[in-house]
Design a protein around this ligand. Structure first.
Ligand code: UD1
Length: 469
């Protein structure tokens, strides 16, 4: 490949339909029916209610993407549970089906996967080009069949997202990698274990190299590996299939290649970002929310910030309760690889700090264009100045309602939180981005007392206004 950096796709752009499975989400059904209204859907929100109650967190999208790709590395049946019903997952499943993987969704959150009859090693399904995690099929197919051709992830909207480290890893394992006609083509006679140092901590590269190395000959050492919970989850799943992966969760991962992987039943870990989003929803609305079915340790960086901001946070078993009884206090935060504060929570904390007392500084150190929601938030009266990768936030007393557009997945969710605090009616367009990573977002918020609805016409919007007064 040339030395030019590749512009990776963000996890935030997609527009898909899904075919060939047994159980459909409401969103998928609408897609299959060709209902154009999907694109016209907005959130209508009347802010002002503190969120109160309990909310159940689903499986981690980013872990599930890696685990599902890993599942095609065995010819035996795998059963993956706690899969979130979100678009990115459904697109990956569709791409797997496009190469002959049999995907049977036994219920909304469980899939049975049989990859014994894969009929092609070229994944160029139109939709897969738009999700970042399509690259996991490269590592999985290369490991199993020593050949893979996967469409390059497309555009980019949170900054440059390269894949040079993935390619460096595959090459170190003995594969040749080239890019032709929009496909990344990886090929190897044999894959042999290698010592690989990642120049930057990359979740995607760590998982992808782990996948390929699981079926390589000999030992692979990945240094400066990502330590995110989803890296550990994929390693645990590989091990449950008979792989030999040690050290996941530390910055050195050792993989001893095995000849074959076998079937497994595996539940995906809870989604730390969905959990974090609801924790900040409690904080920003001065609410009292218990997020259930979480691993509190995965949430520690967010818990620490919420405490600095004046919230009470109580951990108990697999739940975390966030109580915010007074105005939030300012603080500073810098996004970092795990266990640092996650970049996927940066918009949600920034929106909360935009209402805190005093000046806060938010530094984005992972991606270079992740403040696009700031212009939208300005419509609500926020006072944020962005300089390079830093946002200087002067807290304001309140937000005013506005008509907004979601720029991407996490920023979209953050704008929802902002609207939940604003008096009067707000709308958010392009909520398809939010559906990429949050299952039933508005339903879960409604159960906590939020006045939010998905509407797809002016008539629906008027009805909502009449209903909530
Ligand atoms: C994953 C997550 C995403 C999250 C991000 C950071 C998935 C599907 N997505 O994305 O939600 O925001 O981790 O926690 O799990 N980099 C390179 N070369 C590479 C790969 C990455 O320079 O080959 C750089 C990126 O430009 C970025 C940094 O490394 O600056 C981290 O990226 P990475 O951890 O790879 O993010 P993703 O795996 O794309």
């Amino acid at each position: 490949m040339s030395g030019e950096p590749l512009q990776g796709a963000s996890e935030y752009e997609i527009d898909v339909s899904v075919r060939g499975r047994e159980v459909w989400s409401a969103w998928e059904v609408r897609q299959l029916q060709g209902n154009d209204e999907v694109d016209m859907e907005q959130y209508a929100i009347k802010g002002g209610n503190p969120l109160v109650g309990e909310v159940e967190i689903g499986g981690a999208k980013n872990a599930a993407l890696g685990v599902l790709a890993a599942a095609i590395m065995t010819d035996e049946m795998t059963v993956i549970d706690n899969i979130p019903d979100v678009r990115d997952i459904n697109v990956l499943l569709q791409a797997m089906e496009s190469i002959g993987v049999i995907v049977y969704r036994t219920d909304r959150h469980t899939v049975r996967i049989n990859a014994s009859m894969i009929s092609g090693l070229v994944v160029e399904d139109d939709y897969i080009k738009k999700i970042r995690a399509s690259y996991y099929l490269l590592g999985a197919l290369l490991g199993k069949y020593k050949h893979a051709e996967v469409a390059l992830p497309g555009g980019c909207n949170i900054g440059s997202r390269k894949i040079d480290l993935h390619i460096k890893g595959f090459k170190a394992l003995g594969a040749s990698v080239k890019i032709e006609h929009g496909l990344i083509i990886a090929d190897a006679q044999h894959l042999r274990g290698a010592h690989i140092y990642l120049d930057t901590v990359s979740v995607g590269a760590t998982i992808n190299i782990m996948l390929a190395a699981a079926l390589a000959e000999g030992k692979t050492v990945i240094e400066n590996a990502a330590k995110e919970p989803h890296v550990v989850d994929v390693a645990n799943f590989l091990n449950s299939m008979g792989a030999n992966v040690k050290g996941a969760g530390t910055d050195v991962i050792r993989v001893s290649g095995v000849r074959k992987l076998h079937g497994s039943e595996y539940p995906i870990i809870p989604d730390q970002i969905e959990a974090g989003t609801f924790m900040f929803a409690a904080a920003i609305t001065k609410g009292d929310v218990t997020v259930k079915n979480v691993i509190p340790k995965h949430l520690e960086s967010m818990t620490a910030k919420l405490i600095e901001m004046g919230c009470q946070v109580e951990e108990s078993g697999d739940a975390v309760r966030v109580v915010a009884s007074k105005r939030l206090e300012s603080t500073h935060v810098k996004t970092l690889a795990y266990p640092g504060f996650p970049t996927d929570m940066q918009p949600q904390i920034a929106v909360s700090l935009a209402l805190a007392r005093g000046t806060s500084i938010v530094t984005e150190s992972i991606f270079d264009n992740r403040f696009k929601y700031v212009d939208e938030l300005a419509k609500m009266g926020s006072n944020i100045k962005v300089e390079g990768n830093t946002a200087i936030i002067e807290g304001v007393d309140k937000f005013t309602s506005a008509n907004l557009t979601a720029p991407d997945l996490r920023a979209g969710a953050a704008l929802v939180l902002a609207c939940l605090t604003a008096e009067g009616f707000s709308t958010i367009d392009d909520i398809k981005y939010i559906g990429r990573g949050y299952e039933d977002f508005e339903v879960k918020l409604q159960s906590l007392g939020a006045q939010i609805e998905k509407v797809s016409s002016d008539k629906d919007l008027q009805k909502f206004k009449l209903k909530v007064g």
